[in-house]
Design a protein around this ligand. Structure first.
Ligand SMILES: [Zn+2]
Length: 145
C-alpha cells in the first residue's frame, strides 16, 4: 500500500485492498481494534456473530468516485443483563448511522448545494430587480452572504 494515500483514509479503518478501475476506486477495509462497545451497556465485546459489507461513498480521488467497502462486524454482547444481544460496530467518526456517504462528503455536497442555491437566489433577485425594482426595496428580500 503506498503510504501517500493513507492520510486520506479515516483513521479507524485498516485498508485491505484498493481496486482502481476506469470509473471508480473501491477501498476494501475493516475497523481497527479495539473491540467495539455495546451501544446499550457500553461493555466491550469481541465475540463475533457475523459480518457484512457496508458501502460508503467518500470524497473522489482524481475525479473518480471512491467507495469505502467496510467489513462491519456484528458482535454478541457479553453482558448477560443487557437486553441488546447483538450489535454492529459503528463508524460514527466518519459516517453516521446507516449513512451511505462519509461525513466529509456530505459536508462538501452541502456546501456545493448551498453555493448553488445562493447563486440562484442572487441571479433570480437580480432579475426581479430588473423587472420590478420596487420589490427589492423592502426588508423582505433574503440576505445572501
Ligand atoms: Zn450490552
Amino acid at each position: 500500500m503506498p503510504k501517500h494515500i493513507l492520510p486520506l483514509i479515516p483513521r479507524e479503518l485498516l485498508v485491505e485492498q484498493v481496486i482502481l478501475d476506469a470509473e471508480r476506486i473501491v477501498i476494501n477495509c475493516r475497523s481497527r481494534p479495539p473491540a467495539p462497545r455495546c451501544p446499550s451497556c457500553r461493555r466491550a465485546s469481541s465475540r463475533m456473530h457475523s459480518r457484512y459489507r457496508r458501502r460508503i461513498a467518500d470524497l473522489p480521488w482524481q475525479r473518480r468516485p471512491v467507495i469505502l467497502c467496510v467489513h462491519v462486524r456484528r458482535l454478541r454482547c457479553i453482558n448477560r443483563r443487557c437486553a441488546q444481544r447483538i450489535f454492529a460496530e459503528r463508524a460514527e467518526s466518519f459516517a453516521s448511522g446507516h449513512a451511505r456517504r462519509t461525513k466529509r462528503l456530505r459536508d462538501i455536497q452541502r456546501s456545493v448545494g448551498l453555493s448553488a442555491a445562493k447563486r440562484a437566489l442572487v441571479s433570480s433577485s437580480g432579475s426581479a430587480c430588473r423587472s420590478a425594482p420596487t420589490r427589492c426595496a423592502g426588508s423582505s428580500m433574503p440576505r445572501v452572504r
